[in-house]
Ligand binder design. Structure first.
Ligand code: ADP
Length: 484
């Protein structure tokens, strides 16, 4: 993109309006390190206006009056609108995040699927009839909570908007989105397209801005009824404190250090492909990235030889080069990864294999060479903390018990994969690993619109995706009717 994308303002009541700050934030393309646009720096006053618009839409506006079927139809149709704009959205996403075009296209397809899925679900959420005392009829009802806040990260701006906002809208909530300041072009464009597609005023509001400013104002706003947050554990703590102060609920999805456990009797060729793919996807900047591989010692040499061979073919480049991965999001993130790897090497971790940065990738971009480390001490930072880059830590194990202990040996618990030809063992191990999603003989970093997703332990709580997310964005009422 040659011209600079100008700041549009804040999107409230289906219109772009100037931010009360009058200030902007420069947007940098990670693939080149160059400024490609600006966004408005939303303020607490902008958040006030957005929450008021959402409240009005929910309580008095056209949005709150729609039936579940009408809402569903709007959402489903919006899925088609996204498909029509797929190439434009993919290009924006790729410029904003640096990811390869094929991945940006797949992301846009997923956004469309979220709207299609939740469109179909909107009129299928219903309660129960509960047997009670004679002379009573008792029903449970699911109702929207009201105004939902969506604080989303930069790794999958489009997908995060889809997964969180589509589910909240399907339940009938009015939404306020604070996308990440590092990458937010697609959420802003999607809000515009929502208006064009016929969503009534105030249903979808987007306030770009800084986390500690617009984000903090949104999470602590007394007019918000529920917060959906995806991001770092540190900010997740702040969000939970803010939610607690207003006595509202929140879902927190806070990342992971997800293991893939490979037993000697597994289909090793399939495991090699999957283990490599699960850490380089999105340059490792996926909450559910498979960032640890635990390998049974009797196949350690063979497996790591094959994995190294696969890794050596992996290449990072610009979105247009469309290779295996792009850069990481920012200079800051690249520096943080570099510092962490320097500490790991000092602590004894050794490089086993590396991919490459393609020759044509600009030196000013934020490329990180995909790397596998071995001899990683299970107690070390590299084995326990999220790198959020294309860095894999390989560790051997001797027994099923040791594999489970290592898998559970971090504070996180988001996703895990178990590879084994022994079905009973795979299930037994999967059930003992503490994680919100468990794959057997496969791994889907980030995949599965239909599949409930969320963490245990420091990975957070609550579930997004699938039908389960609808209940998070709904309030259950119990209606007790006495009759003769
Ligand atoms: P990361 O470290 O991956 O950038 P963050 O947790 O910092 O993740 O950011 C995730 C989202 O949370 C972004 O939209 C960011 O602007 C927002 N955010 C950051 N700090 C705060 C805060 N203090 N209060 C509310 N939101 C915040």
């Amino acid at each position: 993109m040659s011209t600079i994308i100008p700041a549009k303002g804040v999107f409230i009541n289906n219109r772009w309006q100037p931010s009360s700050s009058g200030k902007t934030i420069a947007m940098i393309a990670p693939a080149t390190g160059k400024v490609f646009g600006e966004i408005a720096r939303g303020t607490a006053a902008d958040i006030d206006a957005a929450v008021a618009a959402a409240r009005h839409a929910f309580e008095k506006g056209a949005w709150g009056k729609l039936t579940a079927t009408e809402r569903g139809r709007l959402l489903t149709n919006f899925g088609r609108v996204i498909e029509k704009h797929a190439e434009e959205l993919a290009l924006l996403e790729a410029t904003d995040t640096g990811k390869p075009m094929k991945q940006a296209r797949a992301d846009v397809t997923a956004v469309s699927r979220y709207f299609e899925y939740y469109g179909g679900a909107a009129d299928k959420v219903h309660g129960d009839t509960i047997p009670f005392l004679n002379g009573y009829l008792v029903n449970t009802l699911y109702e929207p909570v009201g105004v939902t806040a969506h604080i989303i990260p930069w790794n999958y701006p489009g997908q995060m908007f889809g997964r969180s906002v589509a589910a909240a809208l399907a339940m009938g909530n009015a939404t306020v989105v604070k996308p990440a300041e590092e990458a937010c072009q697609v959420p802003m464009r999607l809000a515009e397209l929502c208006a064009e597609a016929g969503f009534p005023e105030g249903a979808v509001n987007v306030v770009p801005g800084l986390g500690e400013e617009a984000g903090a104002a949104l999470s602590s706003h007394r007019g918000v009824d529920f917060i959906s947050f995806t991001g770092s554990p540190e900010v997740g703590t702040l969000i939970q404190i803010a939610a607690a102060k207003n006595h509202i609920g929140c879902t927190l999805e806070l990342g992971g250090k997800s293991p893939q456990i490979v037993f000697g009797d597994a289909d090793l060729a399939a495991a090699v492909q999957s283990v490599a793919g699960a850490i380089v996807q999105n340059a490792g900047q996926t909450c559910s990235a498979g960032s640890r591989v635990l390998v049974e010692r009797r196949i350690w040499d063979r497996f790591l030889t094959d994995l190294s061979q696969r890794f050596s073919q992996i290449r990072a480049g610009t979105p247009a080069m469309d290779l295996d991965l792009g850069p990481v999001i920012s200079a800051g993130q690249k520096g943080r990864i570099g510092a962490m790897l320097a500490r790991a090497e000092t602590a004894g971790a050794r490089i086993l294999a590396r991919g490459q940065i393609a020759a044509g990738a600009p030196g000013t971009g934020y490329y990180v060479t995909p790397t596998i480390y071995h001899e990683v001490d299970p107690a070390s930072e590299l084995a326990r903390e999220e790198v959020f880059g294309p860095i894999l830590a390989a560790m051997p194990f001797d027994s099923e018990e040791e594999a489970i202990r290592l898998a559970n040996g971090t504070d996180f618990g988001l996703v895990a994969g178990v590879w084994s030809g022994d079905c009973s063992r795979a299930i037994r191990v999967a059930r003992k690993v503490r994680a919100g999603q468990l794959f057997v003989n496969g791994y889907g970093a980030g995949g599965g619109i239909e599949l409930p997703f969320g963490g245990m332990k420091k990975s957070g709580h609550g579930r997004e995706k699938g039908f389960e997310a609808l209940y998070e964005f709904g309030a259950m009422k119990t209606l007790i009717i006495k009759h003769d």
